[in-house]
Design a binder for this molecule. Sequence first.
Ligand SMILES: [Zn+2]
Length: 261
Amino acid sequence: MGNGQAGRCIFCGATGLSKEDVWPRWIRRATSHPGSDRSSQMITHALLANDHAVVAPQLHERQGPTTSRKVRKVCRDRCNGGWMSQLETNAKPLLLPMIKDVDHCELSLADQDILARWAVKTSIMMQFTDLSTKTSHPDDDVDFYQSGRALDVNRVWLGRHVGTQWDRRFFHANAVVGDRRTGQIVDMWGTTTIVIDSLVVFVLWDAPGLLGPKFPYSSEMVSIWPAVDEVEWPPTCSFADGTLSEAAVWVQKAAGQHFMS
Ligand SMILES: [Zn+2]
């Protein structure tokens, strides 16, 4: 397959690429903070732990428009104008009440399935804006397309934000663990934090399956993937700016602790 090669769709391998909005256009129309766009660029540093190097890129903030960002990685017909467009149509009525901070929202298993798929799709697209933090493997992108669902390596949560620093923003953090002698990558984790006004969408990439069970924000987030039962949004607690900033880089701390211990 040609997936992952220049000029080929990351999902289906077709040619005929088009530019895809990283932030879907309907979100730009639905939210009202045009001056608050921020993007986050990562600066990489390494923590050394025993025989491993935990590479944990750090946040460096950059002002400027992010919601108009586009990436040219998917084909026009089958993906961008096909299932991805349909996914936006399906996800939008589920996302909007939470973006607009309604009192109470019940999410069925089918709703959670759509929202988790939307979250993973959006995480994959956002990772292409800064390849130094790319976590999903090209095979993951293909598996995601072929299965039509969030992946086994993913966990997805939803939260509620009440601060002022994160009103419309995305942030992808990753932690790469390598063997210090061979330089081989041992494990890789990442999280995408997407905030659209009141709604927080949090996507974990945890191929080793080690960090998900240690997730410490269970009272601030409701888990929607893997889905087990109906859930209600908002969760018991909301995120203030400080806690949300900690959550956005939690994956790095957790990876570091895992290899220090
Ligand atoms: Zn395609």
